[in-house]
Design a protein around this ligand. Structure first.
Ligand code: HDL
Ligand code: ZN
Length: 421
């Protein structure tokens, strides 16, 4: 057998090995909008929820001339009927969000070729919540997920106050957008809950905000604190947000040794008529992140940015600061072409010190497609990098590949939580 023929055979064997290791790897999904079953109706699941995902609503309005208000006046089932008819039957479901619905149906063993939405509905109607969570976690290969938990959400807060039995597979993240992005109204909510805050952010208000964050981080056992930030996010800055980050959020995060996760680049409600689907994207300034990492070396930061144009600078920033962990292909980046580009860029610039993906799932069954699609791409990129090494004489073992994949799919996250800068 010619040497290069043997090499090609070895490469294929290596690719197959990587694909298997990635397919088998249990995942910690570090950012989702899922809820443990104890949160009741907050946990969205089922085919009508899958089809009325806000990504698909945005695509529906592009393909339909139905007036916004007419759609919003429909019930969930009728909305799903309209989306199914328009995006799946009257045109080909070519988009990633549409293909995701089909992957969900296929992986749950339903007859995709029938295209019979009512038959799918009948199957989902026969399932019950706990069993569906178990089935979906197993199908997606999920070990556990991190929720997005908002004490300002009037539907969610009471569940925490009742200290309902959680589910060890569902970890909490304390989400603080209303505090950081709307202090005027956010602080009034804290006052209503007995925290002595004021609009002027006095020392007492800052101390009381720290108490609020400590109370909720403890109540939730929050793995990290998180906020989504606009493209013009700046630090330092003469603003309530910058003062709150520096003098309330980061001291509490350091005390609890939990990361502060920044999700930067979302322009909220560029088209309010789309409601939850109405947000847009903007290029942001990564130097704000670098200044935070440099000024607070005892804090840990997680970072995901929404603009494709910011991804390279994100990787460079991560090279400079070991207290910064970059994660996920967020929202408009969660598409094969961009997952591939960003994962390649990260592995080549940062190596395995990254969390390559999160699902951002809002509906339970979405984790099936989001992880199925991402595993395929991450496996392909990883295999290329291992083949590059192999050609240079560095042969990796199956144990090393399994170790690397476990690290990328959760190990690195959990170690970062343990890490004390
Ligand atoms: O702010 C966020 O966490 C975003 O992920 C929004 O929830 C967004 O609507 C979304 O679902 N993106 O996938
Ligand atoms: Zn999200």
């Amino acid at each position: 057998m010619a040497a290069n023929e043997g090499h090609a055979g070895n490469e294929q064997a290596l690719r197959d090995m990587v694909k298997g290791a990635v397919a088998r790897a249990p995942v910690t999904d570090i950012h989702t909008h899922l809820y443990a079953p104890a949160f009741g109706p907050l946990l969205l699941w089922g085919i009508d929820e899958v089809i009325t995902y806000h990504y698909l609503i945005a695509e529906f309005f592009r393909a339909s001339d139905m007036p916004y208000d007419t759609f919003w006046a429909l019930g969930k089932r009728a909305q799903a009927d309209a989306i199914w008819k328009t995006l799946f039957l009257e045109q080909t479901p070519l988009s990633e969000a549409c293909r995701g619905v089909i992957t969900v149906l296929r992986k749950l063993g339903l007859d995709v070729a029938s295209r019979d939405l009512d038959a799918y509905r009948a199957w989902f109607a026969a399932q019950e919540t706990e069993a569906q969570v178990n089935r979906v976690f197993g199908t997606a290969g999920l070990q556990d997920v991190v929720m997005t938990n908002d004490p300002f959400d009037d539907a969610e807060r009471p569940v925490w106050e009742r200290a309902e039995g959680g589910d060890a597979r569902f970890h909490a993240a304390l989400r603080i957008d209303p505090l950081l992005n709307d202090w005027k109204h956010g602080h009034a909510r804290l006052q209503g809950w007995g925290y002595q805050t004021d609009a002027g952010l006095s020392p007492r208000a800052l101390a009381e905000t720290r108490r609020f964050l400590e109370d909720w981080a403890r109540r939730m056992n929050a793995r990290y604190m998180a906020v989504s930030l606009p493209p013009d996010f700046a630090f330092p800055e003469d603003s309530p947000r910058a003062k709150l980050i520096a003098e309330a959020v980061l001291p509490v995060a350091r005390e609890r040794n939990i990361p502060f996760a920044m999700m930067i680049g979302v322009t909220r409600q560029v088209n309010p008529a789309l409601r939850l689907a109405g947000d847009g994207v903007g290029t942001a300034d990564v130097t704000a992140v670098e200044r935070l990492c440099a000024a607070f070396p005892k804090n840990k930061f997680m970072l995901t940015m929404l603009a494709r144009e910011n991804q390279h600078a994100c990787c460079v920033a991560a090279r400079k600061f070991r207290n910064l962990l970059v994660f996920g292909c967020w929202w408009f980046l969660n598409d094969p072409i961009l997952i591939e580009e960003i994962t390649r860029m990260r592995l080549e610039l940062i190596g395995p010190a990254v969390i390559p993906q999160h699902s951002d799932a809002r509906v339970l069954e979405q984790v099936i497609y989001k992880w199925d699609h991402s595993r395929e791409i991450i496996a392909r990129v990883l295999a290329d990098k291992y083949c590059d090494l192999s050609r240079a004489g560095w042969a990796v073992t199956e144990e090393e590949v399994t170790r690397d994949v476990a690290d990328l799919f959760g190990g690195r996250f959990w170690r970062f939580l343990e890490y004390a800068p």
